[in-house]
Design a protein around this ligand. Structure first.
Ligand code: HMG
Ligand code: MG
Length: 297
């Protein structure tokens, strides 16, 4: 019943770094992403083309992408909030564009300064323009289980917004438990509702591990046929506009679980850990994934 192969989508250089105060030099980001490109990962979200005032850490997005030696086998993606972001992403020759919005009205407003209804045309314009340029388009839907301002989010709201996003021509939707409040029964309720209407291939799961439930939620998703998961090296990350949000599930901890279950990912654990220790040193603070802590001893 479990899948034989899972795709891990590394979001550390974007979701991880966007929440870090300590500025990482562009050349170090490039070296880190080049290391990540040689671990067997097939997808890396490398940066974000949001307003640099909102996320100063990623203001060097164009330079990071232009400086990168790319691997044929890797898709390099980035967040794009609007047409200004898309222009910058195209200048940097991005492979895949990720638009994003929230299932909760107040998180959407705090994160991208618009109501949900106002957001659709902005995303739609980006999706059409990106596809015209031959780019793949992914869409994030945040706060699909809980919102820091509104609490629990009704499943029907997620289904409704998903429908709109897919209608726009978005090829994959990453469902975000942005503040890591979800538990497996809630994941089951959400996915049951979505999978009666939409194919499971259309979804990736994006769990933050704020309360330690990410791996349990991933297991629940695997059992329901999901095969794509976002994670962040060293468990880096969070959303600066969602109070209390902590890092994504750590890539190496997810890899440990999948390997132990006999699920193939093509990713090399030692190479991954080397990349984790590289960025830990640049950040100047200890990262706390289980696998890093074991490797340290
Ligand atoms: P706004 O202020 O409403 O933008 O921000 P605006 O359209 O009114 O434009 C204002 C000015 O900003 C203009 O300049 C634009 O050109 C400029 P002016 O004419 O005044 O000189 N501008 C830009 N400049 C560079 N790049 C751009 C850009 N856009 C406008 N892309 C905006 C709206 C969306 C831009 C802003 O709210 C923003 O950047 N928000 C991003 C917040 C963010 O990055 N959050 C974290 C990522 S989401 C996340 O982490 C969740 C996720 O991981 C999934 C999960 O966990 O659930 C994905
Ligand atoms: Mg996130």
């Amino acid at each position: 019943k479990l899948p034989k192969h899972v795709t891990i989508k590394e979001v550390g250089p974007r979701d991880g770094l966007q929440n870090e105060i300590e500025m990482i030099q562009t050349k170090d980001k490039i070296e880190w992403i080049e290391n990540l490109s040689k671990t067997g990962l097939s997808y890396i979200e490398v940066t974000s083309f949001v307003h640099p005032k909102w996320i100063p850490q990623l203001a060097d997005a164009v330079d990071v992408l232009k400086g990168l030696k790319r691997e044929e086998s890797v898709t390099y993606a980035a967040l794009v909030p609007n047409m200004r972001g898309l222009e910058r992403a195209l200048e940097a020759n991005i492979d895949e564009v990720s638009v994003f919005m929230s299932a909760s009205e107040s998180h959407n407003k705090n994160n991208i300064n618009k109501s949900i209804e106002e957001t659709y045309p902005v995303l739609e314009e980006v999706v059409q323009a990106a596809k015209k340029e031959g780019k793949q388009v992914r869409g994030y839907l945040s706060t699909v289980i809980g919102c820091p301002y509104e609490g629990k989010i009704p499943v029907e709201q997620v289904v409704r917004i998903t429908d709109r996003l897919l209608e726009m021509g978005i090829e994959e939707i990453s469902l975000g438990d942005t503040i890591g409040v979800g538990v497996p029964t809630e994941v089951e309720a959400l996915l049951s509702a979505l999978l009666t209407r939409f194919n499971s291939n259309l979804f990736a799961m994006h769990f933050h591990d704020t309360r330690g439930t990410a791996l349990a939620n991933i297991l629940q998703s695997l059992e329901m046929g999901l095969t794509k998961f976002d994670s962040s090296l060293g468990g880096l990350g969070g959303c600066p506009y969602a109070k209390g949000a902590s890092g994504n599930v750590a890539t190496e901890d997810l890899l440990y679980m999948l390997q132990g279950m006999g699920i193939n990912t093509n990713i090399d654990m030692d190479a991954l850990l080397n990349a984790a220790f590289f960025i830990e040193e640049k950040l100047g603070k200890q990262l706390n994934s289980k696998q890093m802590n074991i490797a340290r001893k």
